[in-house]
Design a protein around this ligand. Structure first.
Ligand code: HEM
Length: 357
């Protein structure tokens, strides 16, 4: 699947600069990056058929966002009160369910094989209704956390040119080393080949700065509250062995664990902050730890690597004024998964060429 993921990334970024021949462009990061993660998740979970049909994929995305962006306090507390949001949400849910079901039935009937989770379940003989539920649940779990954190990883790299340079140099050095290990000549390879030939294990072990940017972005964005000195709920300090449900941000923004917790700072991990899954709880821990963690890391690392390799980029406001990592507007941290930044956020991308290395 990795070659397809790399191809998807380059295709998306070509679109950012006006096509294959384009050299530069300015995009709204949320609108322009999220479709990539949607496509990736469709490739992984199902139905892969949609990943190569951009019109159908767009229809699926619209239906997906109709379910997500039309849920709020009232649709949760009074789910059957007729109101426009509820209708839009139901139409979205029905469209999504129907698209998955129709394609699934066709695949089963024709005996075609695809490389996704839906296929594993078909091969195990699971009932189509339970496969559809799994695919739709998988799309939700796979997309909602990964879109905003991936987009902001790019935004932070775009807001700190020194960090971007470091990440790019390290990436190129790492890709060269991978090519050498395989016996390839790095300079003879296209950017697509340089990335798609890297093994999963190499993606996981190398490219430290890219991983740290993603890690720190997840920590920072996982916010619902103000930084606090220690975990106290309703005035009660939490004792050992107490059973509680707690939002990850209670740890991730605890100033005792992460100094200056609302600052983006990848060097904090080198200083020993967040040393294990009980302090860095962004993925959960124990029995229900995120099952998609490796995929989330792979897809975000790959998409960042493709951008770094082929483009220079800068995070700006809508007038083109550059942001720094201190001025970069975060999303309203209590709002839904779309993560609209509190002020306009754009990314200006410039294709790297021999003249613009
Ligand atoms: C930045 C990306 C992501 C973050 C930060 C994240 C975070 C989490 C967290 C905190 C949990 C709850 C763990 C708990 O209850 O203790 C979780 C569960 C889960 N995640 Fe993720 N996730 C991400 C991406 C993904 C992706 C890409 C997939 C699938 C492709 C996925 C699939 C799941 C599933 C299926 C569960 C439920 C696990 C269970 O209940 O046993 N996640 N995730």
């Amino acid at each position: 699947m990795r070659p397809a993921l790399v191809r998807d990334a380059f295709e998306l970024y070509d679109g950012w600069v006006g096509g294959r021949e384009g050299s530069s462009g300015v995009v709204d990061l949320q609108k322009s990056y999220y479709p990539l993660i949607f496509r990736y998740t469709v490739r992984l979970m199902g139905m892969t058929e949609y990943a190569s049909d951009s019109q159908a994929l767009q229809k699926m995305q619209d239906a997906f966002w109709a379910t997500q962006n039309n849920s709020d306090f009232f649709t949760t507390i009074m789910p059957w009160l007729p109101q426009p949001r509820l209708i839009r949400r139901l139409i979205g849910a029905f469209t999504l369910w129907r698209m998955v079901k129709v394609t699934l039935d066709q695949r089963i009937k024709s005996g075609a094989k695809e490389d996704d989770f839906a296929q594993l379940l078909i091969d195990e003989g699971k009932a189509p209704a339970s496969i559809s539920r799994f695919v739709i649940g998988g799309l939700m779990a796979g997309i909602l956390n990964t879109i905003g954190t991936g987009a902001y990883s790019i935004a932070f790299l775009g807001a700190d040119q020194a960090l971007q340079k470091k990440a790019r140099e390290e990436l190129i050095e790492g890709l060269r080393a991978c090519a050498e290990r395989r016996g390839d000549d790095y300079d003879d390879l296209t950017d697509q080949q340089r990335l798609e030939r890297v093994s999963l294990e190499e993606w996981e072990a190398d490219f430290k700065t890219i991983h740290l940017v993603f890690k720190e972005t997840i920590r920072l964005l996982d916010a619902k509250g103000k930084p606090r000195a220690r975990l106290v709920i309703e005035g009660h300090p939490i004792e050992d062995d107490t059973y509680i449900a707690v939002a990850p941000s209670a740890n991730l923004h605890d100033a005792d664990l992460f100094a200056d917790p609302l600052k983006f700072d990848i060097t904090r991990y080198e200083r020993g902050e967040g040393p294990n899954e009980y302090t860095y709880v962004a993925w959960g821990y124990g029995r229900h730890k995120c099952t998609g963690m490796r995929f989330a890391k792979l897809e975000t690392t790959l998409s960042m690597a493709a951008l770094l390799l082929a483009y220079d980029f800068q995070s700006t406001d809508d007038a083109g004024k550059p942001y720094t990592s201190d001025t970069l507007p975060l999303s309203d941290l209590s709002q839904n998964h779309w993560r609209t930044p509190t002020r306009p956020l754009r990314v200006r991308a410039q294709r790297r060429t021999a003249e613009h290395p």
